[in-house]
Design a protein around this ligand. Structure first.
Ligand code: PMP
Length: 370
């Protein structure tokens, strides 16, 4: 046996033969594949972050504040802007919202339990679920909706009743399709069973007007959780800070599974400094939304089929061979995402220059194959 086989033979049986999450990290002129914010952190915020980290460095001989109290206060203050009063006790955070989701599955999933999601949705939901020994049920979107990727309340409720999951994932706006869910769907899914309902709102800040957050439903619903991240609109993907709002009892339960001191002192300092400049950090959201809408228009003009988007990316169909279009775009220096849906690709909305580069490269391809 070679080393690989030896390791494979020791591996948990349910992990054998699996492939790891793998969005390519390539050095390309135009990287539009992981839904980051293309704009760098503004200079004045960089200065604040640097000062905060320098201050924090002196205390690195001590463990960080295990309760990240100031950070929870700042995050609660930020969420209150979404129209729902959130108390610091309702907030939990982790190293990216992926870790927050992991905490949820560690606490509320596990062997003998089931989580249901509506595919296509965020590819890490099933991965996080199954790494905790929880059974994943691949529910479907577009069963009875007018659009291929819509999720209606009736369809979601029927699937919840059929599978009786312990945890339900809703993703709004949904990655990779881009569309947000109406609160009627969230309420209906919540009321359809006894599950913990996790609404992943990683892209909430990009939603089109009239798309209320599930944060407004939290009061009186201890089985509802809303997850958010600083990685997208907040332009802080490298800072690794994700969070959730829920009933304080949920946050308490997560203390049972988190590693002590999981949020390092520098992580807390960086996130706090960035949050103290929330308006500056969110300055680019409107520009990005304009680029998203420009991408939708540009793709339609090319005869392709963009899915309406409330996020900072656009899923588009109508491609004969999405794999070869992905490669052809990469050959022209534009990296987009092949999310594994035949005839579709996903592109992140970034700067106007990036949009132009993407649309120009694609139009050259579409014209050359027409
Ligand atoms: N949820 C969704 C829907 C996402 O698309 C992502 C990132 N691609 C995440 C959560 C995780 O982001 P992070 O861990 O950086 O907060």
């Amino acid at each position: 046996m070679d080393a690989r086989e030896t390791v494979e033979s020791m591996l948990r049986p349910d992990l054998r033969g699996r492939t790891a999450y793998g969005a390519p990290q390539l050095d390309v002129p135009v990287a539009l594949n992981t839904n980051e914010n293309s704009y760098p952190v503004p200079d004045d915020v960089v200065a604040s972050i640097t000062r905060a980290v320098e201050e924090a460095a002196r205390g690195l001989n001590r463990y960080p504040d295990r309760e990240f109290t100031r950070l929870r206060e700042a995050l609660a203050g930020y969420l209150a802007r979404a129209g729902a009063p959130i108390a610091p006790e309702q907030v939990w955070a982790g190293n990216g919202s992926n870790e927050v989701l992991l905490h949820l599955l560690q606490a509320f999933g596990g062997p003998g339990r089931t989580a249901l999601g509506f595919t296509p949705a965020y590819s890490m939901h099933p991965i996080i679920t199954t790494t905790t020994g929880t059974r994943w049920v691949d529910g479907a979107r577009g069963v009875d909706g007018p659009g291929a990727f819509d999720l209606t309340a009736a369809s979601a409720v029927a699937q919840v009743r059929e599978h009786r999951p312990d945890v339900v994932f809703l993703c709004s706006p949904n990655n990779p399709t881009g569309t947000a869910l109406g609160l009627d769907v969230v309420e209906a899914v919540h009321d359809a069973g006894e599950a913990l309902v996790v609404v992943d709102e990683a892209y909430a800040e990009f939603a089109r007007p009239g798309t209320p957050s599930a944060l407004t439903l939290l009061a009186g619903r201890p089985r509802l959780v809303v997850t958010r991240t600083m990685s997208k609109a907040f332009a802080l993907a490298g800072g690794r800070l994700g969070y959730l709002a829920a009933d304080p009892a949920v946050a308490d339960a997560l203390r049972l599974v988190r590693m002590p001191y999981h949020l390092s002192t520098p992580t807390q300092a960086v996130a706090l400094a960035a949050l103290s400049h929330a308006d500056r950090m969110l300055d680019t959201v409107d520009v990005v939304k304009d680029q998203r809408d420009r991408i939708v228009g540009g793709l339609a003009a090319l005869g392709l089929h963009p899915v309406p988007s409330d996020a900072n990316f656009v899923l588009f169909g109508g491609l004969e061979d999405s794999r070869s279009t992905w490669q052809d775009l990469l050959d022209r220096g534009v990296l987009v995402r092949d999310v594994g849906i035949p005839h579709y690709l996903r592109v992140t909305a970034g700067t106007p220059e990036e949009t132009t580069a993407f649309l120009d490269a694609l139009s050259a391809l579409v014209t050359s194959t027409a």
